[in-house]
Design a binder for this molecule. Structure first.
Ligand SMILES: [Zn+2]
Ligand SMILES: [Zn+2]
Length: 79
């Protein structure tokens, strides 16, 4: 079996404080995020942020984890 080494890319707003993070695995309500700093990395079970930008836009939700730093993912896409 061939091992594919996935390269993780931080999903949090550029220049944030604290550990970087990328989505590892996702199931129904549970998400596993890879969180890393320069010296360590760990896999954490987190709850999705799922914040919506407004009442009228419930289909657009933040794809980051609850309590993340920086802006919500839908705000990052508005460049
Ligand atoms: Zn980062
Ligand atoms: Zn968010």
């Amino acid at each position: 079996m061939r091992q594919v080494r996935r390269i993780y890319e931080c999903q949090i707003e550029f220049g944030h404080d604290g550990a970087h993070g990328d989505l590892g695995q996702q199931s129904d309500m549970i998400e596993w995020w890879i969180r890393w700093t320069l010296s360590a990395s760990e896999i954490e079970q987190v709850v999705a942020c799922s914040t919506a930008p407004g009442e009228s836009e419930q289909d657009v939700v933040c794809l980051l984890f609850e309590g993340h730093l920086g802006r919500h993912s839908f705000q990052l896409m508005q460049r």
